[in-house]
Design a protein around this ligand. Structure first.
Ligand code: HEC
Length: 120
């Protein structure tokens, strides 16, 4: 009985810490955003070089809803634009998770997927 309850709580603890890791730490991500110079062109999630390509807002969230797609964009950059690629030497995999969490935090939850009420 006791042993079972103990195992159960241990299990949920593990789940909680895993979720925290998967979601990344937005606060840490903000530091990486500055350190990796993203802030130079994307201050506050905007885009000083090409204002049509911000990294926040409903349209952005929809196009980059998959973390992998967002990561690939950051890793490879956009050829022929000032958006260079950032290899793992510049942003480690652990830092990338936090950086993505920070970028996600720039889009308020209410701005993400508009499904039924998308009509204009
Ligand atoms: C020197 C300026 C500059 C820096 C530094 C920079 N970016 Fe960009 N970024 C751009 C430009 C310009 C674009 C638009 C490229 C295009 O025309 O598709 C862009 C596009 C993007 C996009 C895709 C947006 C979209 O809607 O297609 C993401 C995501 C992004 N940047 C993230 C980052 C991150 C994260 C960093 C830091 C690791 C960073 N950028 C650093 C200039 C920059």
């Amino acid at each position: 009985m006791h042993r079972k309850a103990w195992l159960l709580s241990l299990g949920s603890l593990l789940l909680v810490s895993q979720a925290a890791f998967a979601e990344g730490d937005a606060l840490r991500g903000q530091k990486i955003f500055k350190k990796a110079d993203c802030v130079e062109c994307h201050a506050k999630g905007g885009n000083d070089v090409n204002p049509r390509k911000p990294i926040k807002g409903a349209e952005f969230a929809e196009e980059f809803k998959d973390d992998k797609v967002l990561e690939t964009k950051i890793r490879t950059g956009v050829t022929g634009t000032p958006m260079r690629g950032f290899s793992e030497k510049k942003i480690s995999q652990a830092d990338m998770v936090d950086l993505i969490a920070y970028i996600r935090s720039l889009t308020p939850k209410t701005e993400t997927p508009k499904t039924e009420n998308a009509g204009k």
